[in-house]
Design a protein. Structure first.
Length: 349
């Protein structure tokens, strides 16, 4: 594990560093020079950059993101997921069926900490819309439809156990899309590219003028306008989840957008933020959410036992930072990164 002094301005300006951001608030991209396209999709800001892409590549990438959104958005009225949310059973595209099968598998393996059937709860809370704390009765009513095994898939026909169950793939589809965009780049012969979809970053090859991949800045969950450190990576997807991303405050209590499927309440697991790095973008994204719900101890046990290949950074609410084995040499914590006034973040060894 390595620590570095706070080189923040240097890192941001001179190295090709992307500040992981999510939500629609502050999207920051600190790419030095590459041509890029920025657009809004999947309810967040998207930024793609590559010094090898042409205008038509940029357009194709935008189209690909829009096409995936048209399948999996819970809000777009023309999406397959929207139709499924209004049906008991329906035939879906092969892609939709495949992703729903994979979502079930991740849900099973994480014991429902990633739950694709939480839509009734996420809609009830509507964290970025209503800013309203539902009553216990309302939560119990919504909760009745949120078992994580709330649907089956057979020959591309999805059947829900309850017609009322609402699927929500918001915790997984941005990472999946980042991986798909990188795959499209590869097909086109592009060897260096980066996409950031609301805090889900895909990186391909080496950053411009570099030979050792990319350095991705990791936002400090306690001071979200600053970086906690950065991670070196290549040909992978990095996904973040945090209580600081989308939330509202009422009577001094913060209500955030990551829910515990066991309670229907915002997850309180002792973690302030998680980062997951995996080649498989769906896994990276879904697990960043699942580990957040699990909390540190369960997340580390899951890391040791799980069949999924991933690495993680866990920010505990008490300011400790835990890094999994595969990131020991790849994650740098800035010495000056704070947890609270005059209290530094501490790397656990
Ligand atoms: P973001 O979408 O802000 O990048 P996440 O990847 O952690 O962050 O996904 C959070 C979103 O996923 C929420 O806004 C909600 O729609 C949905 N969600 C919340 N809790 C869960 C959960 N336990 N399992 C699956 N999806 C969830
Ligand atoms: Mg996620």
């Amino acid at each position: 594990m390595q620590e570095r002094g706070c080189l923040l301005p240097f890192i941001v300006i001179l190295l090709v560093t992307v500040i992981l951001s999510s939500g629609c608030e502050r999207f920051q991209k600190e790419q030095a020079s590459s041509p890029s396209v920025d657009f809004f999709a999947m309810n967040t800001f998207v930024s793609f950059s590559s010094d090898q892409a042409t205008g038509s590549d940029f357009r194709e990438i935008q189209t690909l993101v829009a096409d995936i959104e048209k399948i999996f958005s819970a809000n777009l009225k023309e999406s397959e997921l929207y139709a499924l949310n209004h049906s008991k059973s329906m035939s879906v595209s092969t892609e939709c069926a495949h992703i729903l099968e994979r979502a079930t598998k991740i849900a099973e393996q994480t014991d429902g900490c990633f739950n694709p059937c939480l839509g009734n709860i996420t809609t009830l809370w509507d964290v970025t819309g209503n800013k309203y704390v539902p009553s216990d009765k309302e939560i119990a009513a919504a909760f009745a439809y949120t078992a994580f095994d709330g649907y089956t898939v057979s020959d591309s026909v999805v059947t829900k156990k309850n017609k009322e169950t609402l699927l929500d793939l918001g915790a997984a589809i941005k990472g999946y899309t980042a991986e798909r965009v990188m795959a499209l780049c590869k097909e086109k012969g592009i060897t260096s590219a980066m996409i950031n979809i609301g805090g889900n970053v895909g990186v391909l090859g080496n950053a411009p003028k570099k030979t050792d991949g990319w350095q991705i800045g990791i936002r400090n969950p306690f001071y979200p306008d600053t970086l906690a450190g950065y991670v070196n990576c290549k040909d992978t997807v990095i996904s973040v989840s945090g209580a600081y991303e989308r939330y509202f405050e009422k009577d001094g209590i913060r209500y955030h957008h990551i829910f515990d499927g066991a309670t229907g309440m915002p997850a309180e697991s002792g973690l302030a933020g998680t980062v997951v790095i995996a080649k498989d973008g769906l896994v990276a994204d879904a697990l960043s959410t699942a580990l957040f719900v699990m909390g540190k101890e369960k997340a580390l046990a899951f890391y040791n036992d799980s069949e999924f290949e991933f690495e993680a950074i866990l920010f505990s609410s008490d300011g400790n930072v835990t890094v999994t084995d595969g990131l020991q040499e790849k994650f740098m914590l800035f010495q000056g990164a704070k947890f609270a006034d005059n209290q530094p973040l501490v790397l656990e060894t």
